[in-house]
Design a protein around this ligand. Structure first.
Ligand code: PLP
Length: 394
C-alpha cells in the first residue's frame, strides 16, 4: 500500500517536549528504573473532594449527555461570576464559551480571526502550542524574547518593534510557562496601548492566574477599552488540580464568542456535562477557594526550596519566579548544553525535566523544573542533579 500522504500543514504542527520526556521516563520506569518527575506541568494534588463529589452527583443526575456547544448556562454563569470577581470587570455569561481544554481557545481564535500569512506575536521561551498552532494555520509567529536579566519580562521596545502592518494578534501569558515570570501592571498597560494603536487582538493565557506568590495578578481584560479586543484563555486544570477533567474557557467579545460556539459545534460538540457541573462547584464554593489557597501555600514553599537549592549547585543559578509552578534555572556554568543535560539527567541520574529549548530558541542555557512533587521528592531530585553535576566537572 502506498504510504499515507499527509497534508502540508501537518509538517508545521509541533509537539510538546513534556509529553515526549514523560513517555521516555515511563519507558525507563518500565525497565525498573526509579525516575523523579520534574517534567510534568500538572499538580500532584488530588482534585478537591467537594469538586469530585459535584462531578459524581452530576453524573448520577443525568449530566451525561450533550450540552449546548458553549456550555450549560449555569456553568457559563459561574465562569462569568468568577471572572467578574477575580478581574473586577463585569463579564456576561454570553461572552463565555466552555471548551474541553484551554488550548482550544487559542486554536479556535486563530481559526476564526487570523489569515494565512498574517503575523502573531508570542513569547520565546513560551508554551509550545502557541507557535505550533500559529504555524499550523499558516500564520507567521514573531517572537518577543524573555530574558533572565529582565526577570523574564518582555522588552517593551522590542515588542513594539515587532509590530508590522501584517500583525493581527498578540499572545501573552501571565504567570508564564516555562519561566514563572509575570506581566507587571506597566507591561499590561503597554500591551493594551500597542493593541489599541495597531488594532490588534490580544489572547491572554491566564491559566496560572491563581498561582501567584506575593504578587497581584493583572489582566489585559480589565484594562479600559480592552473588552472588545481581548480573549481570555483560562481553565480549571492548574488551579484546581483538574487537568484530566478537561475544562477550559474563553471570555471573548460576543461576536467572537459566537464563532467559537460554531467551531465547538463542528469539533467537540461540547465539553463533558458533568465536568461543567463540577466547574460550578470549583468556581463558586468557598471550600474550593480554601483548597486553592492551601495548594498555593504548598507551591510557594516548594518554589523557595527549589530556588534556594538550585542556587547552591555550582554552575547553576535560578531567579525566584512569582507565579505558576515552574523554575527556569540557568545552567550555562555547568558546561553542559540544556539538551545534553536534560537527556543525561534522565538516563543517568533518573531525573526527568525539560531543556529550555523545548520552549523556543531563547530557552537555551536553561532547564525547566516543575515543582509539582512533594518536598521530599523535590529534595531527592535536586540531590541527584547536584550529584550528577559534581561527578561531571567541565
Ligand atoms: N496554557 C499554558 C501556559 C499551559 O502551560 C497549559 C498546560 O500546560 C495550557 C495552556 C493548557 O492547559 P489545558 O489544556 O489543560 O487547559
Amino acid at each position: 500500500m502506498a504510504p499515507i500522504r499527509f497534508a502540508d500543514r501537518m509538517s508545521r504542527l509541533g509537539t510538546e517536549g513534556a509529553f515526549e520526556v514523560l513517555a521516555k521516563a515511563r519507558r525507563l520506569e518500565a525497565e525498573g528504573k526509579r525516575v523523579v518527575h520534574l517534567e510534568i506541568g500538572e499538580p500532584d494534588f488530588a482534585t478537591p473532594d467537594n469538586i469530585v463529589e459535584a462531578g459524581i452527583s452530576a453524573m448520577q443526575n443525568g449530566y451525561t449527555h450533550y450540552t449546548p456547544a458553549s456550555g450549560i448556562m449555569e456553568a457559563r454563569e459561574a465562569v462569568a461570576g468568577f471572572v467578574t470577581r477575580m478581574l473586577k470587570t463585569e463579564v456576561d455569561p454570553t461572552e463565555v464559551v466552555l471548551v474541553p481544554g484551554s488550548k482550544n481557545v487559542l486554536l479556535f481564535t486563530l481559526l476564526a480571526c487570523v489569515e494565512p500569512g498574517e503575523e502573531v506575536i508570542l513569547p520565546d521561551p513560551g508554551y509550545p502550542a502557541y507557535a505550533s498552532l500559529v504555524n499550523f494555520i499558516g500564520a507567521v509567529p514573531k517572537t518577543v524574547t524573555l530574558r533572565e536579566e529582565n526577570a523574564f519580562r518582555m522588552d517593551l521596545d522590542e515588542l513594539a518593534s515587532l509590530v508590522t502592518p501584517k500583525t493581527r494578534m498578540l499572545i501573552v501569558n501571565t504567570p508564564q510557562n516555562p519561566t514563572g515570570g509575570v506581566l507587571t501592571a506597566e507591561d499590561v498597560a503597554f500591551v493594551c496601548d500597542l493593541a489599541h494603536k495597531h488594532d490588534l487582538l490580544v489572547v491572554s493565557d491566564e491559566i496560572y492566574s491563581q498561582l501567584v506568590y506575593g504578587f497581584h495578578h493583572v489582566s489585559p481584560l480589565s484594562q479600559p477599552g480592552m473588552r472588545d479586543r481581548t480573549v481570555l484563555m483560562d481553565g480549571l486544570s492548574k488551579s484546581y488540580a483538574m487537568t484530566g477533567w478537561r475544562l477550559g474557557y474563553a471570555v471573548a467579545p460576543r461576536p467572537l464568542a459566537a464563532k467559537l460556539d460554531q467551531l465547538m459545534i463542528n469539533s467537540s460538540s461540547c465539553a463533558a456535562g458533568f465536568t461543567q457541573m463540577a466547574a460550578i462547584e470549583a468556581l463558586s464554593a468557598p471550600e474550593s477557594e480554601h483548597a486553592v489557597s492551601r495548594m498555593v501555600k504548598v507551591f510557594e514553599r516548594r518554589r523557595n526550596l527549589v530556588v534556594d537549592t538550585v542556587n547552591r549547585i555550582p554552575g547553576m543559578r535560578c531567579a525566584r519566579p512569582q507565579g505558576a509552578f515552574y523554575a527556569f534555572p540557568n545552567i550555562e556554568g555547568t558546561g553542559f548544553g540544556e539538551r545534553e543535560l536534560a537527556d543525561r539527567l534522565l538516563t543517568e541520574a533518573g531525573v526527568a525535566l525539560l531543556p529550555g529549548t523545548a520552549f523556543g530558541h531563547a530557552g537555551a542555557g536553561h532547564i525547566r523544573i516543575a515543582y509539582t512533587q512533594s518536598e521530599d521528592e523535590l529534595k531527592h531530585g535536586l540531590d541527584r542533579i547536584a550529584e550528577f553535576i559534581a561527578a561531571h566537572p567541565r
